[in-house]
Design a binder for this molecule. Structure first.
Ligand code: NIG
Ligand code: FE
Length: 410
């Protein structure tokens, strides 16, 4: 006997995205049925193929009134644990001051570092839960959360504890990422090599020991860390068995995506400036190209990510909000899907794949989440839309009519 069975539903079981508008049927099953038992999808198919009458198959039978159901959305790149406010910087940037200029004079990430250090763990948890609630209301069931605004062992651990706590307070799967190599902390001004040594000898071991990080990330950029420094960080992280990911080629081509691929990172994120050689290396390594159209839009980036090359070489394209106070204040995955279609010319199928199973792959959860398939987590979302393509249609995104986490409706 199943716990729950949903009927009168159209299922989008598997968006794949063919790179052709209208070329994806979203694995659609009209008049479908889907069952959950013990938090896992137990059966998916056409209602007419159900082995018996619904009422005899499940404790609970739920009619979805003909709505569309997708797997829960996955947000695989966020910086949700932060204190303070950067809207003043936004106003400055509108007057023509660049993100890099603000960073160089100690604003930007470092201003959020000051505010995050000043906030208590309770306060950080309170504001973070508020942000995660918004993602949940918008259909997310799995999210990644990075540290990176503490930049000392204790402050980074504080952020990671808050990130872990989110999954105990709210119905959402959380993957945590240590991003100690986000910016040079003020204590190490002029001594970047020493900070990298501190990261490798003290911080990563402490984070690994505490079991608070599911992966390690770094910011590879002219205003952040150089490729040789990233190599040291990756080597250390790998020695602790931690998966890797990288903020790569966002504002310049430092061949960060190539570096990420060489280290078999789960994803290279941003990747606007990635060149074809890097794209080829990503394809070989199975590294996901994590596109972040919110940041592209918010910093008024003009260099488009090489979407045609990702398609040509078969690199999976993921999508994430990159929610952070400096470059991507957005908590609406379907709004990100709209931006990806309009700004990067993804198809609605590619956009849904990007925020579901490709995003799950980038979190090492390809077997757990991101598809409506037996054996996967029963994380599902109902949408009152004409079809799955409508999820990418509304500017600012469309809200789910219901959400199910681990087989349990919210
Ligand atoms: O993903 N690129 C670096 N990190 C963030 C920005 C963080 C911030 O400005 O606070 C990003 O865009
Ligand atoms: Fe980021």
């Amino acid at each position: 006997m199943w716990d729950r069975l949903w009927i009168d539903v159209s299922l989008a079981t598997d968006a794949c995205g063919t790179g052709r508008p209208g070329g994806d049927d979203f694995g659609a099953i009209r008049d479908g049925a889907i069952a959950a038992k013990d938090g896992v999808i137990a059966w998916v198919g056409s209602r007419s193929d159900l082995p018996a009458e619904p009422a005899s198959l499940a404790v609970d039978v739920i009619s979805c009134h003909g709505q569309w159901m997708t797997t829960g959305l996955v947000d695989p790149h966020t910086h949700l644990v932060f204190g303070g406010d950067r809207s003043g910087e936004f106003a400055e940037r509108l007057q023509g001051v660049s993100y890099q200029d603000i960073a160089r004079r100690g604003g930007g990430i470092l201003s959020t570092v000051r505010a995050t250090r000043a906030a208590s763990e309770e306060e950080l948890l309170r504001v973070t839960l508020g942000r995660v609630r918004r993602l949940i209301e918008n259909g997310a069931t799995t999210i990644e959360i990075k540290s990176g605004y503490g930049l000392t062992t204790e402050e980074e651990l504080k952020q990671l504890r808050v990130a872990r706590a989110v999954g105990r307070h709210l119905p959402v799967r959380v993957h945590t990422t240590f991003l100690g190599a986000h910016a040079l902390p003020p204590e190490f001004a002029g001594r970047q090599a020493d900070y990298v040594t501190h990261l490798c000898e003290d911080m990563i071991p402490a984070v690994a020991e505490a079991g608070l990080a599911d992966s390690v990330d770094a910011f590879c950029e002219t205003i952040a860390f150089k490729p040789v420094e990233i190599e040291r960080i990756f080597e250390t992280a790998r020695s602790f068995g931690l998966p890797l990911r990288l903020h790569a080629d966002q504002m310049s081509d430092l061949q960060g995506s190539h570096l990420a691929a060489r280290w078999h990172a789960l994803s290279a994120d941003h990747v606007e400036y990635a060149n074809e050689e890097s794209v080829r290396a990503m394809a070989e390594a199975g590294t996901v190209a994590m596109l972040l159209p919110g940041a592209f839009w918010f910093v008024r980036e003009e260099k488009l990510p090489p979407v045609a090359l990702f398609r040509k070489h078969g690199v999976p394209m993921g999508l994430a909000t990159d929610c952070n106070p400096g470059t991507s204040p957005i908590l609406t995955p379907t709004g990100v899907m709209n931006m990806a279609c309009i700004l990067f010319r993804l198809t609605p199928g590619e956009a849904l794949a990007g925020h579901t199973h490709i995003a799950a792959k980038a979190l090492g959860l390809a077997e757990t989440a991101g598809r409506l398939r037996p054996g996967m987590a029963a994380d599902m979302v109902l949408w009152d839309v004409a079809g799955p393509h409508e999820l990418s249609y509304w500017i600012g995104g469309v809200k789910p009519s219901a959400r199910i986490f681990a087989g349990i409706p919210d």
